[in-house]
Design a binder for this molecule. Sequence first.
Ligand code: PLP
Length: 452
Amino acid sequence: PSPAAPDPQRGAAVKAADRAHVFHSWSAQELIDPLAVAGAEGSWFWDYDGNRYLDFASQLVNTNIGHQHPKVVAAIQEQAGRLATLAPGFAVDVRSEAARLIAELTPGDLDKVFFTNGGAEAVENAVRMARLHTGRHKVLSAYRSYHGATAAAINLTGDPRRWPSDTGAAGVVHFWGPCAYRSAFHAADEAQECERALAHLADVIAFEGPQTIAAIVLETVVGTAGVLIPPAGYLAGVRELCDRYGIVFVLDEVMAGFGRTGRWFAADHWGVVPDLLTFAKGVNSGYVPLGGVAISEKIAATFATRAYPGGLTYSGHPLACAAAVATITAMREERIVEHAAEIGERVLGPGLREIAERHPCVGEVRGLGVFWALDLVKDKETREPLVPYNAAGADNAPMADFAAACKRRGLWPFVNMNRTHVVPPCTITEAEAKEGLAVLDEALSAADAHCR
Ligand code: PLP
């Protein structure tokens, strides 16, 4: 795809109005310099000055189907012309069809769908459902996690970004999930990490009191906090603990779901079925805000004759549901999930491992499908992170230099703390993936300069 003719004047006007009036999320307003984007297609977007960027971030890891997929755009336009809005209490063809498709794709008996406007709201509702279902209050979640930026979701989030807005909600308890590379348990290998992480979780449950715990909330594959693949047996072990104590098992697949890992849902890799599964992002690639909770029979039965107290004005919006139906249908027709698995196995994985060998700053490569992270270090031996948690200013220079080097070469990276994630659209072509890897390879030299 090639950008339309550059129009720097228009770009400057867009940017001036943005600077004057838009209050940006997760940002110090005067320290940021947002790129003015003129258009996008497939794996690319471009600015008004004639620069184009390969989207190795899929925006916020959500445009799984790529930018401006013609079938999804047409479905939204068609729906807008037919029935642009309708309250959640009505039965609407596209909402029914989106729910039917999601029920069909999600594992096990997750056959009812509660729609939300995004991921955090899905997590909020999963927690509410679990509390009402069990009559218990406490919720357990992992330190290395991200569950969203609303009230319950930000408190469940374990990664250090929550610190400034974490009010320390009563009843939220954090535990250590498995992460063999940065083991909280000093484990020697994956099998030991799994065993010790499960023993630790069992201890946390025992000390908190199983009869007080409503839910365990886990990302199937931890996303924002580092692309952490659970060791074999871990999720099955958590399922077993939940069954033993009547705890609701919530898998958060907001980032991992809808093809990102090379399966429809990451849970499919391990054959684990949660009681509730949260989704958003890839469900319609973010063309219109949508998320939701897929609900098991057991939990749905709790609300058969008792009202569920939740829902917003725009829940299950027809435009968002039309986009979901079109996205899922196109992903099936074009075998996009299979493509994501293949490109990960054949191109991204081997390519990133090769890059890691060349660069002193790459401590570990982790991932599957189109869901990868490079854990950058000062020293491969000690594994000291290249920058401290929540580094700012000069402390963050190594990551800022690396990101700038990528952007100068036409690649938009996903950088978080001491990691760069490689999370392109599921539709990325082999040639694009190789082009992106070549840019990463060059740009990592900027980070190498900060190694010991
Ligand atoms: N859960 C996970 C696993 C996520 O990755 C995210 C967002 O990155 C969320 C929840 C929150 O989703 P949203 O930003 O749509 O509210």
